[in-house]
Design a protein around this ligand. Structure first.
Ligand SMILES: Nc1ncnc2c1ncn2[C@@H]1O[C@H](COP(=O)(O)OP(=O)(O)OC[C@H]2O[C@@H]([n+]3cccc(C(=O)O)c3)[C@H](O)[C@@H]2O)[C@@H](O)[C@H]1O
Ligand SMILES: Nc1ncnc2c1ncn2[C@@H]1O[C@H](COP(=O)(O)OP(=O)(O)OP(=O)(O)O)[C@@H](O)[C@H]1O
Ligand SMILES: NC(=O)CC[C@H](N)C(=O)O
Length: 593
């Protein structure tokens, strides 16, 4: 057996910030070196951030990434870190491939580089490209065809990139054939509810299949609608969990691994850059760093007993929303946010998430009562603002609505929507004047059914709870209050905001159930329709009333145009309204089956 100390950097790069991301690599590599690591690894596309989307198709961006990774190798050596092999993801190009989309030769690849002694020593690229859900990698990359296997202190270490682990064959099969002792994967795997269990099981299965320990390093942090939850982990060749990093945080995660020395494992002695036959379109390329196993470390293992994460599923969703808001605000250069607070549950939860994300002193709320607003809409909103220490301003909108209607009389829904639009205009005015990012407060049930006013309550730059069904909104509010009680703090959300019936308050006595079914029933049906694409007949077979099914499906399909104009917001489900679900707006198809 040989001993290998591996440092996995679960960090939060920013897309396009090549200098900042490179600095993060140097800082973590320094700490890894100080911790005595033999190898430091970073997430997929660390140098550029992930996903780069169509930046991958800009030749200048690919060139900048290739230059940045070479400069990073030099910088590591200048800082005295050249002897530490550092594995990073970056954007590269495969030379010699013909012109594509009018670009010069050389198509983009989602690449891996091992940096050592001031040089980009080894490169390879992701073989399996995900092209489903939020991923579009056929559009952006061509697949890699090699699996680097590096003998490091006597252990054969193979390197693959994210989706390479999710699909069988290819790199996984090649790692098995190469008898690697450790398979390291660099990942940018976005959060979805319960995906942590899927990933863990995947790593365990692949470890058993390859007969190698698996080191899985994931990104943390938010990028537009995606949230990377970290949760990096290491399992041994039998699939036993050795160590696991915390979720939703940055972490440099150092672990001592006892691994089979290459010769014991049956791997033949490598000559540098020696290719082996292709397995499933992937050639193993062996590299020699150091053959001799090093003496085992003495006493203290660099640590890490598996850390159980205490969060519940709902608690995890809450943390994901906070990270999504925090990083959207920070990475887009905002100092503060603003939102309209109605005393209802949606704006109460959105405000609470915002306060947890950026701090109460950077959250500004507007109370905007109209002639139809209830007493409690103001008192509950004031109560929440006081509990959370946010700056609250009240502007009665009735005179503005009246002035509007004097110039152009409106009736019915048009008049109702005017109130929402006046609120939207005031919020955007405040944003322009004071520079806050406006948060839209709509939930997924409203987005699904089109139950919001275009250019009214849907205005804003980011929408914290847009992927949460209304029933989940209540669960999140209760979870957050219970968390506060557990730690002896004041529950941030007034009980009345949680318990009162939801209402848009756009006309006297209006409640959501005038237009929509009860949320428990509605959300179940929506989750099945949106999440599984079942049609009318199948939903009816599931036990839903045929007339209701027909009505709800029509509402959902008709509202595509509203969703397309809604701000982005954190994805927490396996199918969000955004990159996961792309449907035509102009569409006469009725899903009868
Ligand atoms: N296919 C299409 N492509 C592009 N635009 C399209 C379109 N179909 C209609 N439109 C446009 O959309 C307009 C209709 O949309 P919109 O103006 O939003 O109005 P609309 O959807 O008719 O009404 C908004 C509904 O949301 C409810 N609401 C509003 C605000 C808050 C809440 C709450 O829960 O608190 C609920 C309100 O009670 C009402 O039932 C049309 O006048 C037309 O201009
Ligand atoms: N009186 C008000 N003052 C300020 N903002 C308001 C007011 N009424 C509505 N809004 C804004 O419009 C949004 C849409 O209203 P909606 O009724 O969907 O949400 P809610 O009031 O927060 O929750 P609920 O739907 O449970 O009543 C609110 O979240 C809030 O941002
Ligand atoms: N970046 C990737 O290749 C991610 C794809 C993978 N299936 C995941 O969700 O983790």
């Amino acid at each position: 057996m040989a001993q290998l100390r591996i440092a996995m950097a679960q960090v939060n790069p920013t897309v396009g910030d090549l200098d900042g991301n490179s600095r993060t690599v140097v800082d973590c590599a320094r700490r890894a070196h100080q911790a005595g690591a033999h190898l430091a690894v970073f997430p997929e596309l660390m140098v550029t951030g992930y996903p780069v989307e169509d930046l991958a198709l800009r030749n200048s961006f690919v060139s900048a990434s290739v230059k940045a990774v070479a400069a990073l190798a030099e910088r590591l050596a200048e800082e005295g870190l050249g002897e530490l092999p550092v594995g990073v993801g970056y954007l590269s190009r495969r030379a010699g491939v013909g012109e594509r989309y009018g670009q010069p030769a050389g198509t983009p690849q989602n690449a891996f580089a091992l940096l050592y002694r001031g040089r980009v020593e080894i490169t390879s690229a992701k073989h399996h490209l995900p092209n489903y859900g939020v991923f579009d990698e056929f559009r952006h990359f061509v697949p890699g065809e090699t699996l680097p296997v590096v003998r490091l202190h006597g252990v054969d270490v193979a390197f693959a990139v994210c989706e390479d682990l999710w699909q069988g064959g290819g790199p996984v099969a090649a790692a098995r054939r190469a008898r690697a002792g450790l398979l390291v994967t660099l990942n940018a795997s976005p959060y979805e509810r319960e995906k942590d269990d899927v990933r863990m099981e995947l790593c365990q299965r692949r470890a058993r299949e390859t007969g190698a320990a698996v080191g899985y390093v994931n990104m943390s942090g938010g990028q537009d609608e995606l949230i990377f939850d970290g949760d990096s982990l290491i399992v041994d060749a039998e699939g036993e969990l050795i160590a696991r990093a915390p979720k939703f945080e940055e972490d440099l995660f150092v672990t001592d691994l006892a691994l089979p020395a290459a010769e014991d494992a049956g791997g033949h002695p490598p000559r540098s850059e020696e290719p082996e036959d292709a397995v499933d379109g992937v050639r193993v390329v062996r590299h020699l760093h150091s053959s001799a196993p090093i003496a085992p470390y003495a006493p203290e293992p660099a640590v890490l007993t598996p850390r159980a994460d205490p969060s519940s599923d709902v608690g995890e969703v809450y943390r994901a929303l906070v990270v999504g808001v925090r990083d959207y605000v920070r990475k887009n250069g905002f100092g503060s946010v603003a939102l309209a607070l109605s005393g209802g549950i949606d704006s109460a939860l959105a405000t609470t998430v915002a306060v947890d994300a950026v701090g109460g002193d950077r959250v500004h709320v507007l109370l905007l009562p109209s002639e139809h607003s209830s007493e409690h809409s103001v008192s509950d909103a004031e109560d929440l603002a006081a509990r959370q220490g946010v700056a609250a301003r009240t502007v009665a909108i009735a005179p503005i609505v009246e002035a509007f209607e004097q110039s152009m009389p409106l009736e019915g829904v048009a008049a109702e929507n005017l109130q929402a639009r006046v609120r939207g205009t005031l919020l955007m005015g405040l944003s322009n004047q004071e520079g806050h990012l406006v948060l839209a407060t709509g939930n997924k049930s409203e987005l699904a059914t089109g139950y919001s006013t275009l250019y009214g309550d849907s205005v804003g730059g980011f929408a914290p709870i847009k992927d949460c069904w209304k029933s989940l909104v209540w669960q999140l509010a209760r979870w957050r209050n219970a968390e506060a009680e557990r730690t002896g703090a004041v529950p941030p959300i007034p009980e009345n905001s949680i318990s009162k019936p939801p209402s848009a308050e756009l006309r006297p006595g209006q409640v959501d159930t005038d237009s929509l079914p009860e949320y428990d029933l509605l959300d179940g049906m929506l989750d099945t329709y949106i999440g599984t694409d079942k049609g009318m007949r199948e939903l009816t077979l599931d036990g839903y009333d045929p007339e209701l099914v027909h009505r709800v499906i029509r509402m959902v399909d008709k509202a595509e145009y509203k969703r397309r104009q809604y701000p982005p917001g954190p994805k927490i489900s396996s199918r969000n309204f955004g990159r996961d679900r792309r449907l035509p707006i102009t569409n006469r198809w009725t899903p009868r089956n």
